[in-house]
Write a protein that binds this ligand. Structure first.
Ligand SMILES: NC(=O)c1ccc[n+]([C@@H]2O[C@H](COP(=O)([O-])OP(=O)(O)OC[C@H]3O[C@@H](n4cnc5c(N)ncnc54)[C@H](OP(=O)(O)O)[C@@H]3O)[C@@H](O)[C@H]2O)c1
Length: 243
């Protein structure tokens, strides 16, 4: 019970890494709030996570939705102890195939959404809270098709450093969690076939990661186990960025 009674908000807690994190945190005693746009998957996820889970529908690009998320959270529970800024999308396209609409959509969700998810939470965070920003190891190399996605994740990595510095006086720790290739619904949403064997070839550990493995790393960052860590990034990628 590493997170007993810790009030936790997870954006994108209705799918993939966010859902696995919500399940792990709940099992560790947290009071969980999930946020996403899809009512059906929100309802299903709330059932899966278990009794007492609060599911709130909204879009991270909409600042009044974020305001509502935090208002409803503190009304139901109390101030927030853990914030997992996880909502994000991936739309790989090489440079000539990126139009302004796609550029804005990726930037607005991954970067602007992450910024305002944290900014709007500030009045509702307890001193000593822990914030996790989900980045992605793709930004560490030049991967064809990922110019905009990678740039937004590099921007979020940068936010983790600045937020960590700005929130240090309140004892709030801010760290980034960087997934490599993790099997989640993100691939189906892209219309890409999920071919773990194909992805696995490019990974030193010869397999893609599981959402549960991300959840364990999220637990480390959210809990006191990482009490001397802020502004840092934990990379969970089967060794891809290092070997
Ligand atoms: N899986 C990987 O290999 C991988 C690699 C690197 C980084 N990541 C990052 O990990 C995070 C989670 O990804 P995942 O793989 O778990 O993907 P996923 O299963 O597609 O989950 C993404 C979540 O984000 C939510 N979301 C997307 N846009 C949103 C918006 N505008 N407002 C509110 N919620 C929104 C989605 O819910 P709704 O659809 O209901 O809005 C969904 O719950 C993302 O930030 C992603 O970029 C994943």
């Amino acid at each position: 019970m590493k997170l007993k009674d810790k009030v936790t908000v997870i954006t994108g807690g209705n799918s993939g890494i966010g859902l696995a994190t919500a399940q792990e945190f709940k099992a560790q005693g947290a009071r969980v709030v999930i946020f996403g746009r899809n009512q059906k998957t929100l309802d299903q996820a709330a059932q899966t996570i278990g009794k007492g889970t609060l599911a709130i529908r909204g879009d991270v690009t909409n600042l009044s939705d974020l305001g509502l998320l935090y208002k409803q959270t503190v009304e139901r529970f109390s101030k927030i102890d853990i914030l997992v800024v996880n909502a994000g999308i991936s739309k790989p396209r090489t440079i000539e195939h990126i139009d302004e609409m796609i550029f804005d959509q990726i930037s607005n969700i991954n970067f602007k959404g992450a910024f305002f998810t944290v900014q709007r939470a500030i009045p509702y965070l307890n001193d000593g809270a822990s914030i996790l920003l989900v980045t992605g190891s793709v930004y560490e190399k030049g991967v064809p098709g990922y110019s905009v996605v990678s740039a937004t994740k590099a921007a979020v990595r940068s936010l983790a450093r600045t937020f960590a510095a700005e929130l240090l006086p309140r004892g709030i720790r801010v760290n980034a969690l960087s997934p490599g290739s993790i099997e989640t619904p993100i691939f189906e949403k892209l219309g890409l076939p999920v071919e773990p064997e194909k992805w696995a070839e490019q990974i030193p550990m010869k397999r893609i990661g599981r959402a549960e493995e991300m959840a364990k790393a999220a637990l480390f960052l959210a809990s006191d186990d990482s009490s001397y860590m802020t502004g840092a990034e934990l990379v969970i990628d089967g060794g891809k960025a290092q070997i």
